[in-house]
Design a protein around this ligand. Structure first.
Ligand code: AMP
Length: 287
């Protein structure tokens, strides 16, 4: 086995990690259903499904060579791992929150002795040390947002994504401690074949990240419209223009386009006489 890669074993992060690998051309075989272990790339890659929060320590102690997990848990673990790619999914924020009827407007309004429930004691401690506030940290492994209602905490620090869990629990955000996404992390001292395989994995995952939000547009257009088209379809280096056999006054264009520009671009192409317009998804993009 050349490279041992850990990915989360549960929830959205697990599903998104498997989908990302698949898009990069890495098909897992083995006990993927039970989310224990799998192999890929003809045995060059071993994938281990582990708890997201444990992955940074497993990378640092050499149990695995690399792993996909959140920046939040890597920072909390405080271990020596190197981020190679920001994968862009699993975005969330670690925030300080208080009950709606609390008088504080910002985290610095919380005084010495404030009881804070959190699953992120190290980041929370460092944050309040930075503010010069001596808080009392009450570590919990989940369901942090109910602790103020239970009377065991005055405030919490917790991950939030849409914010709806905080709202449901009558909590209000004060400040953000950390913004997080999932990254590909690896041991800093990786060498030999494992380092080479990691380099290939980084290249593959970066190409998936580059393709996100992009589409490939193909169309047949009158040649005399090409100049106008170049102005609103710049692509990666201008659209590729291809001759169409038997139609000298026409050309086929191919161009990478932002998903958000597709709607207007199709209408403008149509107005300029475009035909056979196709929009197709892109799995990977190597600029
Ligand atoms: P929200 O979308 O803010 O209601 O968050 C829903 C729940 O998911 C909260 O309890 C968060 O702690 C948790 N959560 C949100 N994003 C992440 C993430 N990227 N990683 C782990 N937990 C998360």
């Amino acid at each position: 086995m050349t490279l041992r890669l850990a990915i989360p074993n549960k929830g959205r992060l697990s599903d998104d990690s498997v989908a990302l690998l698949r898009r990069a051309g890495i098909r897992l075989s083995g006990s993927t259903e039970r989310r224990l272990q799998a192999r890929a790339l003809g045995g060059r890659l071993q994938v281990l499904f582990l708890r997201a929060a444990d992955i940074p320590a497993f990378i640092a102690d050499g149990t695995v060579d690399a792993g996909i997990t959140g920046l939040d848990v890597a920072k909390e673990a405080g271990v020596d791992v190197t981020s190679h790619v920001d994968l862009g999914f699993g975005d969330c924020r670690l925030v300080v929150a208080v009950p709606n009827d609390h008088g504080a407007r910002q985290a610095s309004d919380l005084g010495d002795g404030t009881r804070i429930a959190t699953s992120f004691p190290a980041l929370t401690r460092a944050y309040f040390d930075g503010l010069g506030t001596k808080v009392r940290i009450h570590e919990v492994s989940g369901a942090c947002e109910i602790t103020p209602a239970l009377g065991v905490a005055d405030a919490i620090t917790d991950l939030t994504s849409s914010g709806s869990t905080l709202i449901q629990n009558h909590l209000r955000e004060l400040d953000t401690i950390l913004e997080s996404t999932c990254h590909l992390f690896a041991r800093p001292d990786l060498d030999g074949d494992a380092a080479l395989e990691l380099e290939r994995l980084v290249f593959a995952l970066e190409s998936v990240v580059h393709a996100r939000g992009k589409r490939y547009l193909l169309a047949d257009v009158p040649r005399d419209a090409l100049e106008a088209i170049r102005e609103f379809l710049p692509g990666l280096g201008g659209p590729t223009v291809v001759d169409i056999a038997g139609r000298p006054d026409w050309a086929a264009i191919q161009v990478v386009i932002d998903e958000s520009d597709v709607y207007d671009a199709v209408h403008r192409l149509k107005d300029l006489g475009g035909q056979g317009i196709l929009i197709v998804p892109i799995d990977r993009l190597v600029p």
